[in-house]
Design a protein around this ligand. Structure first.
Ligand code: TRP
Length: 331
């Protein structure tokens, strides 16, 4: 049993790509490992220092994780800012994080290019806060995408440096956790091979999308002018629709339309109508659960409190030991 920790951006509404990708693995993992899932709301301030909708965004993520099936009794599901110990460990780690290594970080360089008017110290020390998030629970496995590999490497650097500086073997090294063969890759609707939030409107179908929105997105999905000569390669857009269909409509429907494609009689409009209804059938129970949970403030408050308590207990233990290791001693 390993300690797994996953940090969730507070602006990331779940789409089908997330659901069939990481989420389904999380649902399984929560029963096999000691799992922490947290919403990174401190981090969001590095780029949005005066958010209007911070609470609403955090609530949406919390609700969607619960709706998708994260069990707050089994896993520890919490909000980063509910755990002040994270801020303390961040402060302590900052003393041993060097300007040079932080300035060289790819995500920092990217952010100063994108937001030249707001290059703040929080942005520079983003990887330190992320390291604190991880090592505060002494997590060893961190499910992240490729874009977070460097941050994880920095977390290992800070953990190892702490051990070396204070001559202890306290923090284990955290490693990226890839789901390997277990990921179902969801294509986008805009002809790109990946469903993603940042790929542009209409590319992704969100779990919370209304049926009318889903129909509109699917009907507008990229296709081509027809199957072409027998044996000609399928265009990416059409291949994407078939791949979505395989997952969401099932094998029979997939085969039915694929046969039509092969004999040239397919009408993409009919295929899209079918796909849209199958997606709606799949997402409707999830959307309904999202709406139900959103209205249940008492339950959300209970979940947040329970998560905060479990996370603070784990984090508090670490910070106490860290203070002791560094040399802060109670009188
Ligand atoms: N940086 C991560 C992202 O942008 C979010 C994050 C913050 C995180 N702290 C973390 C991820 C700790 C894993 C572990 O997606």
């Amino acid at each position: 049993m390993e300690t797994v920790l996953s940090g969730i951006r507070s602006t990331g509404n779940l789409h089908l790509g997330n659901y069939f990708g990481a989420m389904r693995n999380f649902l399984k993992m929560q029963h096999e490992h000691h799992c922490f899932f947290f919403i990174a709301d401190y981090h969001s301030l590095t780029t949005h220092p005066t958010p209007e909708d911070l609470h609403r965004n955090v609530k949406q993520v919390l609700v969607e994780y619960l709706a998708a099936g994260i069990d707050p009794e089994v896993a520890t599901l919490y909000i980063q800012s509910d755990v002040p110990q994270v801020a303390e460990l961040y402060l302590l780690l900052n003393m041993n994080a060097y300007m040079g290594e932080l300035e060289r970080c790819t995500s920092f360089k990217e952010k100063i290019r994108k937001h030249p008017d707001n290059i703040n110290a929080g942005l520079l020390t983003y990887p330190v806060l992320m390291a604190a998030d991880i090592i505060i629970h002494r997590a060893t496995k961190v499910p992240v995408g490729k874009d977070q590999e460097q941050h994880l490497e920095m977390a290992r650097t800070f953990a190892n440096r702490f051990n070396r500086l204070y001559k202890v073997d306290y923090f284990p090294e955290p490693y990226a956790y890839h789901f390997e063969g277990e990921l179902v890759k969801m294509p986008g609707l805009d002809g790109s091979t990946k469903m993603g939030k940042s790929e542009g409107a209409g590319n992704a179908i969100f779990l919370a999308d209304e049926p009318s929105v889903i129909r509109k997105k699917v009907m507008r999905a990229v296709t081509d002018s027809g199957p072409g000569e027998p044996g000609a390669p399928m265009s990416q857009g059409v291949e994407n629709l078939f791949n979505l269909m395989k997952v969401l409509s099932g094998g029979d429907t997939h085969t039915y339309f694929l046969d039509q494609y092969k004999n040239g009689s397919i009408r993409y409009g009919d295929m899209k109508k079918q796909l849209a209804e199958d997606i709606i059938a799949f997402t409707t129970p999830l959307r309904e659960r999202i709406l139900e949970l959103s209205a249940d403030e008492a339950y959300l408050s209970k979940v947040a409190k329970m998560g905060a308590e479990k996370a603070r207990e784990s984090a508090g233990k670490t910070v106490k030991e860290v203070r002791n290791i560094i040399g802060f001693k109670p009188f």
